[in-house]
Ligand binder design. Structure first.
Ligand code: SF4
Ligand code: SF4
Length: 106
């Protein structure tokens, strides 16, 4: 899905947002210099990353998963990289260091 950006004379006065909820149309993943990668094997499903992510881009996926310790989970986590800005908050909040933060390669 591609969306053309408005020209300066098409912007509303003051740059106010007239259509709430339009952030899905902006590909904020372009800004990222570091990329979080969730390790579902180390993850303890506490959901702190999901709660703290300011962009709401951490996805909870209904999928059975058995980790290397034999623990059985009913969900896995993934990230919407089109909209993750790479702020690193999820990395900081994860209590078991299950999110790697690697340099983005474009
Ligand atoms: S790096 Fe920031 S925007 Fe990306 S998933 Fe983590 S908390 Fe969300
Ligand atoms: S904060 Fe860490 S342990 Fe908790 S759900 Fe997210 S990745 Fe898993």
């Amino acid at each position: 899905m591609s969306h053309s950006l408005p020209t300066w004379d098409q912007l509303p006065p003051g740059g106010i947002i007239l259509e709430p909820g339009n952030s899905i149309l902006k590909n904020t993943g372009d800004w990222r210099t570091f990329k979080p990668i969730i390790n579902n094997d180390k993850c303890i499903r506490c959901m702190l990353c999901w709660i703290y992510c300011p962009d709401g881009v951490i996805k909870i996926i209904d999928q059975e998963y058995i980790d290397s310790k034999g623990r059985k989970w009913n969900i896995i986590f993934d990230i919407d990289y089109d909209h993750c800005k790479g702020c690193g908050i999820c990395v900081e909040e994860c209590p078991v260091n299950a999110i790697d933060f690697v340099e983005e390669v474009k």
